[in-house]
Design a protein around this ligand. Structure first.
Ligand code: NAD
Ligand code: DAU
Length: 352
């Protein structure tokens, strides 16, 4: 089996669902179930013996050691993290704890387990660390897209904590020989995306008749990748990536935030027109910028394509259509995750 951490979050749950729909190899899923973790994402696996869920912290060394000894996974895929930049600005402590200390403890537990494996299993073992393009910092207008050799220049507490975790993963390979793989990915979107992030937040607010908040001038640029494409990339890297290597993952889809939101509005206008016949675009509003907001990210995913033959299947147009369809069909999921603590966050961050 494989061990996933953070497999009840957005990308992790998509990965577990895709994995079990395809390969069929059992998954041990360790997740602390923070506000971002949701077992409802995995409801379709209820009663499926191939999915073993354990609620717990990657920083709990004794728990992780026990799980590794009991289940003897052949690989670990580490999704677990605090992932929201704005929350990291309000309150960085959890990011240090999970993304840095948690990754360190996980690496140590995995190293002890891996060291004791018989030689063939030791050689085949992999630790795949899921990271972000934000570790490379912000690009100028004319700069080439991020490649794997770009310097690390993280600018937010979130990206600094992810950068630190990447360095630990790298060091555990160079010093101890742990067979690690690191993927640095651009902005994902798709089903089960928590509505604190731009795309699901705007779908949710649009349908609720609320403002669509654009930070600053809305000309910050991101590369967008459909989550199913990301999951396929991780499967491919796990299968054939070279230990110690880093692979950038992106959608070849760089867009300004304002363009993302207007495209989304056009999709909603077509798929769920407003009762008054006007466009959702009218709900767009500009709000104060994010402190230290990175202006531009762009990913060169050429290495992954050249070496491992992966490239994204979805265009932004096809991916966003699927995403909007999913949200329209899963309003119960949205209603459940936007009750309680979610409202406190929205009030704290956006005020009135
Ligand atoms: P998410 O916030 O939706 O989910 C994170 C999951 O980790 C949750 O289920 C949460 O309960 C769990 N978790 C948090 N702390 C934990 C801990 N200490 N122990 C065990 N579980 C814990 O995040 P996501 O968007 O699914 O991102 C997954 C990974 O991918 C993260 O490492 C993130 O940095 C990285 N990433 C995300 C994106 C993106 O666009 N979402 C892009 C690139 C990289
Ligand atoms: O680049 C990969 C990263 O993408 C991941 O590592 C992070 O985990 C993930 O959260 C995401 O980070 P971003 O900060 O880019 O995503 P977010 O959806 O929060 O914001 C996308 C852009 O939209 C960003 O430029 C900020 C802007 N934005 C966001 C929100 C929530 C707005 O303009 N208004 C908003 O209300």
């Amino acid at each position: 089996m494989i061990l996933t951490t953070g497999g009840a979050g957005f990308i992790g749950s998509n990965f577990v669902l895709d994995w079990l729909a395809g390969a069929g190899e059992p998954v041990l899923n360790l997740d602390r179930l923070t506000y971002a973790g949701n077992l409802e994402n995995l409801a379709s696996l209820r009663g499926d013996a191939r999915h073993v869920f354990v609620q717990g912290d990657i920083g709990d060394a004794a728990l992780v050691a026990r799980l590794l000894a009991e289940h003897r996974p052949r690989a670990v895929v580490n999704f677990a993290a605090e992932s929201h930049v704005d929350r990291s600005i309000h309150d960085p402590e959890d990011f240090i704890q999970t993304n840095i200390v948690g990754t360190f403890r996980l690496l140590e537990a995995v190293r002890a387990y891996w060291s004791g494996l018989p030689a063939p299993e030791r050689a085949a073992f992999r630790f795949l660390h899921v990271s972000t393009d934000e570790v490379y910092g912000s690009l100028g207008k004319e700069d080439p897209a991020f490649s794997e050799s770009n310097r690390y220049e993280p600018n937010s507490p979130y990206s600094a904590s992810k950068a630190a975790s990447d360095h630990l993963v790298r060091a555990w390979h160079h010093t101890y020989g742990l067979p690690v793989l690191t993927t640095n990915c651009s902005n994902n979107y798709g089903p089960y995306h928590f509505p604190e992030k731009l795309i699901p937040l705007c779908i949710h607010n649009a349908l609720a008749g609320k403002p669509l908040p654009i930070y600053g001038d809305g000309q910050q640029r991101r590369d967008w990748l459909y989550v199913g494409d990301h999951c396929a990339a991780i499967r491919r890297v796990l299968e054939a990536g070279r230990p110690g290597e880093v692979y950038n993952v992106g959608g070849w889809n760089e867009m300004a935030n304002l363009e993302v939101v207007t495209t989304l509005c056009a999709m909603l206008d077509a798929m769920r027109p407003r009762a008054d016949g006007r466009s959702y675009r009218e709900q767009i509003g500009f709000v104060a910028d994010r402190p230290g907001h990175d202006r531009r990210y762009a990913i060169d995913a050429g290495k992954l394509e050249r070496e491992l033959g992966w490239k994204p299947q979805e265009t932004f147009e096809s991916g966003i259509r699927k995403t909007v369809r999913w949200y329209l069909d899963h309003q119960d999921w949205v209603n459940n995750v936007t009750s309680g603590a979610y409202r406190d966050w929205v009030g704290k961050h956006y005020g009135d």
